[in-house]
Ligand binder design. Structure first.
Ligand code: PXG
Length: 458
């Protein structure tokens, strides 16, 4: 525990610490929340408040906080071998074990992995590997990667370019050349009079139209999150991904399933692609891969890509100092072993997903909620000015921010994506804790509705 008071910590924080995705001046005026401890699904702040972590950190702490086993694995590995690289014809046991474990738990086409330090680096690696693959296949002009508006693939230059966050593009002269974006499979916003099934097909066919526009011989890959996370837990209609797979097969382009959020059990399967029924060629992974205990990511590479890279590629000129960091790999191995031993993924699929869906749906009756949707342990609520129209508040994002702050006041962390409230709790949450999460979000909704009535927002 820090000997400093909350006020002293906040003062130092605002004096020196540039937070990610944060308005520093605004935060300094308000004072940041200092989190000091956590156990299970509960966070404790520096004033001793206990808060239910409805976001698993940033979608990553699948196994919950306070797992001694993971800390001990890291400690032992740091004593044995805290660091060594795998650049110059060397390797070490934790990275080998992790590579093998990952190929066991992932779909059968995946037998190779490239390690990175984060999901962003995994997507940078993906872009470089996709382009290298087509170069080796003798089609170097096939270099365009198609992503989606509001997709999120990370904050590095390549990852932010592939992602479709316009606020990020505007600040950095992005996207880089050779990237194109199609619309989201977001029925609530874009579905109009179509049924979700009809809309899912229409949204997928934007990919075929875009490929034709760019020229089929120029398109290298399509990348998407099975369920968009940071874009607002956008769960596509069931017709969407099979049609995307069909289009990728038809044009012979690579399909990339960004599993940074959906991977390792979030949807009730090991990987989101297994839920939506695609056969990806590449899978960026990170987050729950180590339950967030140490930073690590990777790119799973399917056989048909790995064979070209290995048999014809020579040296792939790419890598990071921390590719396959021993302590991070050891923790990730232990995480996968715990997920298997405690049957966490099966429990999400067979028990928790249904309980969470039933409880979350009770919030659909709230006057502010235009739609409540879940998949596995992912949930979203669309806050709307007037039901049943699928219409948003005039100043998008304002109501969501109010509701998010009221969630914290009620002792639960939720995340607002504009006016969509999000939940993604640790996968080890109990049914009683799910009830508590929903009750607290419900209280925050009531207080948000009262505030809207007072302010006259519409
Ligand atoms: N792909 C996906 C699908 C992600 O969600 C990344 C890649 C990048 O991973 P790294 O480890 O480089 O952050 C992510 C990250 C949010 C939020 O506010 C989401 C992420 C990161 C930070 C904030 O929802 N996702």
């Amino acid at each position: 525990m820090s000997p400093l008071t909350t006020a002293a910590l906040q003062r130092l924080d605002s004096a020196h610490y540039l937070h990610p995705f944060t308005d520093t001046r605004q935060l300094a005026a308000k004072g940041t929340r200092v989190i000091t401890k956590a156990d299970g699904v509960w966070l404790t702040d520096s004033d001793g408040n206990r808060i239910l972590d409805g976001m698993a950190g940033l979608w990553c702490v699948a196994l919950g906080y306070g797992r001694r086993e993971l800390a001990e694995v890291a400690y032992r590995q740091m004593l044995d071998l805290p660091y060594y690289n795998s650049f110059f014809q060397c390797t070490h046991p934790p990275a080998i074990e992790l590579a093998q474990r990952l190929t066991e738990v992932s779909p059968p086409q995946f037998n190779h992995v490239f390690f990175t330090g984060s999901g962003s680096e995994a997507n940078d690696t993906m872009l470089r590997l996709v382009r290298r693959y087509w170069q080796l296949r003798g089609e170097p002009e096939r270099n365009v990667i198609i992503g989606r508006w509001n997709g999120y693939h990370g904050s590095t230059v390549a990852a932010a370019s592939i992602g479709g966050m316009t606020a990020m593009h505007e600040q950095g002269g992005l996207p880089i050349p050779g990237i194109s974006h199609i619309g989201q499979p977001y029925w609530f916003e874009r579905g109009g009079d179509l049924t979700p099934a009809e809309f899912g097909l229409r949204a997928a066919r934007e990919l075929a139209d875009r490929i034709e526009e760019i020229g089929p011989r120029r398109v290298a890959a399509f990348v998407g999150e099975p369920v968009q996370g940071a874009g607002g837990v956008v769960i596509p209609p069931e017709t969407y991904w099979p049609e995307i797979q069909r289009i990728c097969d038809h044009y012979g382009i690579l399909l990339v399933s960004d599993e940074v959020i959906c991977g390792f059990g979030r949807t009730g399967r090991w990987f989101g692609c297994e839920h939506v029924g695609t056969r990806p060629d590449l899978m960026p992974i990170a987050k729950a891969m180590s339950s967030g205990y140490l930073p690590i990511g990777g790119l799973m590479v399917a056989d048909r890509v790995a064979e070209v890279l290995i048999d014809r590629g020579g040296e792939f000129a790419h890598g990071f100092t921390y590719s396959g960091h021993p302590a991070a790999c050891a923790v990730s191995v232990a995480c996968i072993d715990i997920l298997r031993r405690e049957k966490v993924v099966e429990r999400v699929r067979d028990e928790l997903a249904g309980h969470f869906a039933a409880r979350w749906q009770t919030l659909a009756g709230h006057p502010l909620v235009g739609e409540a949707r879940t998949l596995g342990l992912l949930g979203a609520l669309e806050l709307v000015p007037a039901k049943p129209a699928r219409r948003f508040f005039g100043n998008r994002g304002e109501v969501g921010t109010v509701c998010r702050d009221l969630c914290v006041e009620n002792g639960v962390i939720s995340r607002a994506v504009r006016d969509t409230m999000i939940a993604a709790p640790p996968l080890v949450i109990t049914p009683a804790e799910i009830d508590e999460l929903v009750a607290r979000v419900g209280r925050a909704l009531d207080q948000t509705a009262a505030r809207i009535a007072r302010e006259g927002w519409s």
